[in-house]
Write a protein that binds this ligand. Structure first.
Ligand code: ZN
Length: 281
């Protein structure tokens, strides 16, 4: 009797696991829209984008390995590839998981600035890129990236001359700035851009208007200046920051500036991973 009961329990458990797996596969299937998940990785940045045809793009890799969990739950159990990785700049809170991701997944292309930096995960990442001969694109505003299915990544900044440079700038201000476009929708991705880079970006005269602004540098007071907000005119700002972080991000002054322009704000520290859908309309 006891044996029969444990067999029934085992069968029920298997059915439950199979149903869970089937639901997950259903949930992550391509549906013609762009899904953006600003992952809750604590004090850092990591944004996972799934395209209308299932393309996968990861912008930054967070301060630890929590990006692996974030992307793992948003991918098919059988999927071991990512189309594009973008490293905005080589600070630890953006690059930490990239070596592990490059070892675990087949990555199609990596986009970075190539600035010289000594952070050990960055050096490890560059070595893996070299060893595995993974194609690398140095960020170049003249070479935008067609992600397929009507989705593009318009690189806005910096110029390719940053590659190999021992930067004397604040490394935050070497961040890749890119506009993710899908149909009529646009999201401005800013890495850790602070005011100096915002001024350089504004001086290029490029069209910065976007529906969604991923606010620079975790909502610090030295980012998301009035000039940038006027040029972008976002309907929504997203800030990636850790709960009770030592820097006081997001800063009250930044939140006040956004409130002044009537821009609603979503913060990963307050609500966990922020999920958005771009329908292109
Ligand atoms: Zn950062």
């Amino acid at each position: 009797m006891r044996q029969r009961r444990s067999l029934t329990t085992a069968i029920l458990l298997c059915l439950l696991i199979a149903t869970g797996a089937a639901y997950r596969e259903f949930r992550v299937r391509p549906d013609g829209f762009v899904h953006v998940a600003v992952l809750d990785v604590g004090q850092g940045d990591s944004i996972f984008i799934t395209g209308p045809q299932g393309q996968q793009i990861l912008i930054d890799g967070g301060p630890d390995l929590s990006t692996l969990t974030g992307i793992g739950t948003r991918m098919s159990l059988f999927d071991r590839s990512i189309d594009v990785l973008v490293l905005s700049h080589p600070h630890l809170d953006h690059v930490a998981s990239f070596p592990a991701i490059l070892k675990r997944y087949r990555v199609g292309t990596v986009i970075l600035t190539g600035v010289a930096a000594n952070a050990s995960p960055y050096r490890e990442m560059l070595q893996i890129l070299k060893d595995q001969q993974i194609p690398v694109l140095i960020a170049d505003p003249m070479k935008d990236v067609d992600l397929g299915g009507g989705m593009t990544l318009d690189i806005l900044w910096p110029p390719p001359e940053y590659a190999g440079m021992e930067t004397t700038k604040n490394p935050n201000d070497t961040s890749v700035i890119a506009m993710l476009r899908f149909g009529e929708d646009a999201m401005l991705l800013t890495g850790d851009m602070e005011e100096a880079e915002e001024q350089e970006l504004l001086a290029t005269g490029q069209d910065l208007h976007a529906d969604i602004l991923k606010a620079g540098h975790h909502g610090s007071k030295t980012s998301t200046s009035t000039g940038l907000l006027l040029a972008v005119g976002p309907d929504l700002a997203i800030i990636s920051a850790g709960l009770d972080n030592q820097y006081g991000h997001p800063h009250t002054q930044t939140l006040n500036r956004l409130a002044h322009f009537g821009v609603p704000v979503r913060v990963t520290a307050w609500e966990g991973t922020v999920e958005l859908v771009m329908d292109g309309l």
